[in-house]
Design a binder for this molecule. Structure first.
Ligand code: 3EB
Length: 344
């Protein structure tokens, strides 16, 4: 069985480790290997470990092809595929709803073809996400396209969805990044938040489809992917115009999601080969999306008070206009035998 390890840098690759792919904020990325997406969002703080890389213990093969409206690039092994699809969204180009549906169908078809039907994580970067196109907000059009594609592929995706995030992009490139596996993850919800597929229609006639986290059992423990998480309780946005209160509410949600993951680890010890069954907030790798750069200091001090230092802060628009930040995280649970250092 292959092992996927999440890492914030490619500095200390072991002999047997290869970069499957990942996301980088670094201006230049040293290795040509794998599929690396340079995130086009402004970085709010310079630091050394800026990446979210997926390392793998077999040699991946990388493919890139262009099609009339964009490119798809991916790297895969027998058990994993990581890739992205990029589409230019210029004036007069296809409607976002169409673009979203077409991109999602391409991803789902690829995963089906590669026999890696379980999407673990999707990152969506939608140009001008809060702006209307015609009468409807672009995020809502994006949601319509996503659901149409998922409905077309109900043989591989139904009722349970990958962990995800949806942010704005400041350029005209619509990017969807994905990680899929041959193995099925646990899908985790947050008891403080409504399952997004049941959101009422005030947020759009078609709901966003994602779970709050996914947890993949591995020989070395598990990989955890926590979705973009915001100041939402039930289905309602909380603390309009109050960045500090939104940051605290978001951390409460994240803490609850992590507790759910830790619980699954405890309840399924055997499957997780006796891995450490509890991670704390400071052992995760964090990415914090902030709408207004001037809020950086307030958000960072809330994070630091929660003991979180391994965080990358970037500027992005959030999918609901009243939300001022969104936070996501990933981490490895390790077994004592796996010979890995802890995340932190
Ligand atoms: C929320 O909880 C905030 O549309 O894929 C978070 C994660 C959010 C994923 C998505 C949206 C998405 O509804 C927004």
């Amino acid at each position: 069985m292959e092992t996927l390890i999440i890492s914030p840098s490619a500095q200390q690759l072991k002999q047997s480790q290869h970069v499957l792919g990942g996301m980088s904020h670094a201006h230049e990325f040293a290795t040509e290997a794998g599929t690396i997406l340079q995130l086009p969002l402004p970085l709010l703080e310079e630091k050394t470990e800026l990446d979210e890389l997926f390392l793998i213990d077999t040699i991946p093969v990388t493919h890139e092809c262009s099609f009339p409206r964009g490119t798809i690039r991916y790297s895969n092994t027998r058990e994993f595929v990581f890739g992205y699809i990029k589409t230019e969204q210029c004036s007069g180009s296809e409607h976002l709803e169409e673009a979203s549906q077409r991109a999602y169908r391409a991803i789902l078809q690829l995963c089906l073809t590669l026999q890696a039907p379980y999407l673990l994580r999707i990152w969506n970067y939608v140009p001008h996400i809060n702006e209307p196109e015609g009468m409807i907000e672009r995020y809502r059009l994006f949601n319509i396209g996503r659901k149409r594609a998922y409905d077309n592929y109900s043989q591989i995706i139904k009722d349970e969805y990958p962990a995800a995030c949806a942010l704005g992009a400041f350029d005209n490139t619509f990017r969807i990044v994905f990680l899929a596996s041959t193995r099925k993850p646990y899908y985790i919800e947050n008891p403080r938040q409504m399952n997004s597929s049941f959101y009422p229609e005030q947020y759009g006639i078609v709901p966003p489809l994602f779970s709050r986290a996914t947890l993949l059992p591995q020989v070395t423990g598990a990989a955890l992917f926590i979705s973009g998480t915001a100041s939402i309780v039930g289905h309602e946005s909380r603390h309009k115009n109050n960045i500090q209160a939104q940051a605290y509410e978001t951390l409460k949600n994240l803490n609850t999601i992590l507790t759910q993951a830790n619980m699954i680890m405890k309840e399924n010890r055997a499957e997780f080969t006796d891995a450490q069954c509890s991670l704390s907030l400071n052992e995760l790798f964090w990415r914090v999306y902030i709408r207004l750069p001037e809020h950086l200091e307030i958000v960072r001090s809330v994070m630091q008070r929660a003991g979180i230092t391994q965080a990358v802060y970037v500027q992005a628009d959030i999918c609901r206009t009243e939300l001022l930040l969104e936070i996501e995280a990933s981490a490895n649970y390790f077994t004592p035998q796996s010979g890995h250092m802890k995340n932190a």
